[in-house]
Design a binder for this molecule. Structure first.
Ligand code: PLP
Length: 456
């Protein structure tokens, strides 16, 4: 039904060009306009309530109505609403947050540099690695290896790290010097008769072959999410990280970057995905769960061997010629600090660990559904990949159409998931309780049953 003239929906269609949206389709169907949120729920302007089973965009760890974050923001707004950190200036929230991140980092880290989004953090890493290579007198060491279906954001450099066609198409990306190795999705990429461990061995061998083919002295870094999120929730196959890190240990000059933008702060049932998978990164990027996305903030956390040559280069040039007006924004930093306090005080990481199996086991019980190809996940992040032919692992054309329909039917019934290709993703707030998980599970099944019935 066309929106009423002058309704908020009509005004949205008239004036608002949306991110990650088919603009022409949006002109036809318009938006769902959200009005408020509480706990794991959001409510639209018509009063319809939904369980936000994606935490917005993998973000809202503490739920949608955390008064302590509001109070932290108001207090900081009243005291010092804005200041910058250029040219030796600082303020307490940014210092406290940097110290906190160093203290809770899963491996010894030296410094934190703040940015406003996950994309900016990863974009900065590309710049930092160039800067560092030049500083070290290794100007050829500029290439970065990422993975197909990895997601690292959307700025020119971050989108280049991303290994998804829709983030490259018509943007003339990727930029030069970014390489993509195999996506570690055993169910899709594993060969006939190949065990999960053998597949992991092949992934590691492909990484090593790429390093050798390019020349190890030209590779600055390998970047990866501990668990791939926006590429369709890809859980690393057994022994994958052990084998990838064994390869990296043979090339100690290659920096290992863990993109913890989704995994960080409890998502996998540990404080960091790097703990879950025993990763030893040199750089970690965080965002989303850092402030529960109540305000935009992200950070690049780096160890001493990354930092030192960069610091030397700033001294040689006379400054570090990078920074945003809002880098380390005091209100965002104050909210992030309070958010981390809440995660710790309420043991939300423990809650993710405790509730995770209910979500994972429940979704796995969907495996016998005629439209379900694979169910995968860890902690409070999961993916259900839909197919119409289980044997051939294919869905209807065009790709993504099946999951888009399922997503719509599930959303109509009051649960917001996300369709990524033909995978339905789930990533609920860390505060979730058993009854909400049960609703997500029951509603997902109902939506899939309705879709199966529709398809005959
Ligand atoms: N890295 C990962 C792993 C992400 O999932 C995302 C966003 O989904 C980003 C980076 C980019 O973050 P942002 O959307 O804040 O730019």
């Amino acid at each position: 039904m066309a929106p009423l003239p002058n309704s908020i929906e009509a005004r949205d269609i008239a004036h608002h060009f949306h991110p990650f949206t088919n603009a022409r389709r949006h002109e036809e169907i318009g938006p769902i306009v959200m009005a408020k949120g509480d706990g794991v729920f959001v409510e639209d302007i018509d009063g319809k309530r939904y369980i936000e089973a994606m935490s917005g965009l993998w973000s809202v760890a503490v739920g949608f109505s955390e008064k302590r974050l509001v109070d932290a923001a108001v207090k900081q707004m009243a005291e010092l609403p804005y200041y910058h950190s250029f040219t030796h200036k600082s303020h307490a929230p940014v210092v406290d947050l940097a110290e906190k991140l160093i203290n809770i980092a899963p491996v010894p880290m030296a410094k934190v540099h703040f940015t406003n989004s996950g994309s900016e953090a990863n974009d900065l890493i590309v710049k930092l690695l160039r800067y560092r290579a030049n500083g070290m007198g290794e100007p050829r060491r500029k290439k970065i290896i990422s993975r197909l279906r990895g997601y690292h954001g959307i700025t020119l450099a971050a989108a280049s790290l991303t290994g998804l066609p829709n983030n490259h198409a018509s943007f003339d990306l990727p930029i030069e010097g970014i390489l993509h190795t195999i996506c570690p999705h055993y169910w899709r990429e594993g060969r006939e008769g190949e065990s999960e461990e053998a597949f992991a061995t092949r992934c590691a061998a492909e990484l090593e072959a790429m390093i050798e083919a390019e020349g190890p002295e030209t590779i600055a870094a390998f970047i990866a999410e501990p668990v791939m999120g926006a590429g369709g929730v890809v859980i690393p196959p057994v022994t994958y990280w052990e084998k990838i890190q064994a390869v990296l240990s043979r090339y100690p000059e290659i920096v290992f970057v863990a993109d913890e933008v989704i995994c960080g702060f409890g998502r996998t049932g540990e404080m960091f995905g790097s703990v879950t998978y025993d990763l030893k990164p040199d750089i970690i990027t965080v965002s989303k769960g850092l402030s529960s996305s109540y305000l935009p903030i992200s950070a690049v956390i780096m160890n001493d061997r990354v930092y030192q040559p960069i610091a030397d280069e700033t001294a040689r040039i006379g400054t570090f010629g990078h920074g945003f007006t809002t880098t380390g924004h005091p209100v965002a930093a104050a909210v992030a600090l309070e958010n981390l306090k809440i995660i710790e005080e309420r043991d939300l990481v423990g809650n993710a660990r405790a509730r995770g199996p209910r979500l994972q086991d429940g979704l796995r019980r969907l495996a016998d559904h005629p439209l379900v190809g694979e169910v995968r996940g860890v902690g409070l992040i999961a993916g259900v990949e839909l197919v119409t032919d289980k044997e051939k692992k294919v869905a209807v054309q065009p790709p993504g159409a099946l999951a888009a329909k399922a997503f719509g039917l599930i959303q109509e019934r009051g649960v917001i998931s996300r369709a990524i290709g033909d995978t339905l993703a789930f990533c609920p707030p860390l505060i979730i309780e058993d009854e909400h998980i049960d609703t997500i599970l029951a509603t997902t099944r109902e939506g899939l049953d309705a879709l199966a019935a529709e398809m005959g």
